[in-house]
Design a protein around this ligand. Structure first.
Ligand SMILES: Cc1cc2nc3c(=O)[nH]c(=O)nc-3n(C[C@H](O)[C@H](O)[C@H](O)COP(=O)(O)OP(=O)(O)OC[C@H]3O[C@@H](n4cnc5c(N)ncnc54)[C@H](O)[C@@H]3O)c2cc1C
Length: 405
């Protein structure tokens, strides 16, 4: 019997485990393979939707898929990995004693988390990194509304970070806050960044379109402001500027899980492990990494980015290759030449770009409809378990339906 351990039940881990089932069946090795997944909770969390306030479909129960396929789910936190002795150490969600899992093959898919800077009062900031933090923000807005947004500070919303997530958060807020429809209240929506531009990773045309949408929504951009202090009712910048606000939402970027440091292998500035074309962790024959913990080349020049677009296919390739490595079969190379982004910009706007220069391809309502389809259908597994197993084949197509967000 071979033991394959997958760490993480997000997009990359989910698809690794399902793809491993499919490939083991194909090789007629399924009776000889035990797949165990360790994850912090029992859900595949749809993180790209955490800036919304419709929480019903944002988490998909993993056991619905794993139980019928014989995948063992251990809910808990991996605290340590011993790559030499091939052991994973984990603690159950109720904080029981540390347990050990031995493995023959490993897929690390522990994802990313919000980068938390050393800023005094950072605990007062909200974020949309996890389901719990998204619910905390929503409860906070509801409390402010229940009290009729009593202070000027409670009517001012500040988002720090003018990149992808910060833009999705700030452009969703006006409609969300105004949905409480308290007459005669003026709200302030402010986006800040320490850099001088909005969405600097976009083409000039893309940046122009985004800036136009912010203007239309009455969102004010404050460039070149570095946060110094956050308090319950204000944010202070190093420039000396102070804004009275009860709601600071931190969107200052992600970093890979610290479990990447358990391997003697090179990491990039986001702490992601450099992987080879088979998604193998450098100098480890049967250890793979996929999703936000992995930096793999998607074409001859570009590295994968932290996105579902790359995490989902990487998961499928990593699960497939992990099984092949365990049973002495050839591995297949991962590549994903087409790159798109679809940025939500409020209730009636979005921006689809294509290519690494992020040139606009589609805007307004057609792009918004596409964005909604992507996050509610395309990145979601099929409801039928066996259909999902079929979907786990590591094939990169280039048609629209294969683009994630
Ligand atoms: C607000 C927001 C909006 C986003 N919008 C987009 C978007 O529009 N388009 C897009 O493509 N991407 C978007 N992303 C990024 C996207 O969500 C991630 O790239 C994607 O979730 C990565 O998948 P993953 O499986 O690698 O990691 P994750 O989804 O982070 O999953 C990691 C898994 O590992 C588990 N885990 C973590 N640590 C441990 C541990 N120590 N032990 C055991 N289990 C552990 C977690 O429980 C989780 O199940 C967004 C992210 C956020 C936060």
């Amino acid at each position: 019997m071979k033991n394959l351990v997958v760490i993480g039940g997000g997009f990359a881990g989910f698809w690794s485990a399902i793809s491993a089932v499919r490939q083991a069946r194909f090789l007629d090795k399924d009776p000889l393979l035990k797949i165990t997944i360790v994850s912090l909770d029992e859900y595949l969390s749809i993180r790209p939707r955490f800036y919304e306030n419709k929480f019903e479909d944002m988490r998909i129960p993993l056991r619905k898929y794993f139980d019928p396929l014989g995948i063992v789910l251990n809910v808990g936190k991996v605290v340590r990995i011993d790559p030499k002795k091939k052991n994973v150490f984990w603690v159950g969600s109720k904080g029981q004693q540390e347990e050990v899992l031995s493995f023959d093959g490993l897929v690390l898919a522990a994802g990313s988390q919000l980068k938390c800077p050393f800023i005094s009062g950072f605990e007062h900031a909200f974020n949309v990194d996890t389901f719990e933090s998204a619910v905390r923000l929503d409860n906070h807005i509801r409390e402010l509304s229940a009290a009729s947004f009593p202070l000027p500070a409670s009517r001012t919303f500040v988002v720090v970070g003018a990149s992808f997530t910060g833009l999705e958060v700030i452009t969703e807020l006006p409609e969300r806050v105004r949905s409480f429809a308290l007459p005669g209240i003026d709200y302030n929506f402010i986006l800040t960044d320490r850099s001088s531009s909005i969405a600097s990773e976009y083409s000039i045309d893309g940046q122009g379109y985004i800036a136009e949408q912010l203007n239309k929504e009455g969102i004010h951009f404050l460039p070149e402001e570095e946060t110094d202090l956050i308090e319950p009712e204000r944010i202070l910048f190093k420039s000396g500027r102070c804004i009275e606000t009860s709601t600071v939402i931190w969107c200052g970027g992600l970093e890979a899980s610290s479990l990447t440091k358990e391997f003697e292998a090179k990491r990039d500035p986001l702490d992601r492990l450099l992987v080879d074309s088979f998604l193998r962790i450098e100098s480890h024959e049967s250890f793979f990494a996929a999703g936000d913990v992995a930096n793999g080349l998607v074409d001859e020049q570009h590295s994968s980015v932290m996105s579902c677009q790359h995490a989902i296919p990487q998961g499928k390739f990593a699960g497939h290759n992990a099984v092949n490595a365990l049973f002495g079969k050839d591995l297949i190379s991962y590549s994903q030449p087409r790159y798109v982004t679809c940025l939500d910009l409020g209730s009636r706007q979005a921006l689809l770009t294509s290519g690494w220069d992020r040139m606009p391809q589609l805007t307004e309502m057609p792009a918004k409809i596409l964005k909604t389809e992507i996050v509610t259908q395309w990145i979601i597994p099929a409801s039928d378990v066996e259909e999902t197993v079929k979907m786990s084949a590591p094939v990169i197509r280039t048609n629209e339906a294969d683009l994630a967000c």
